[in-house]
Design a protein around this ligand. Sequence first.
Ligand SMILES: [Zn+2]
Length: 51
Amino acid sequence: MPEKKSLRRAKIKNGYPPKICLSCGLPFEWRKKWLRNWNEIKYCSEKCRRK
Ligand SMILES: [Zn+2]
């Protein structure tokens, strides 16, 4: 069976569970650049944040 990349599950990274982007609705994983403000992150990218 072909892998459905769009339905790929986001994983827990460094102990942080994934979040759902408020703009595009896709799950996104914790990134090192969000180490200090992960609690405030609501969007997967700058692009979504600016919508
Ligand atoms: Zn997004």
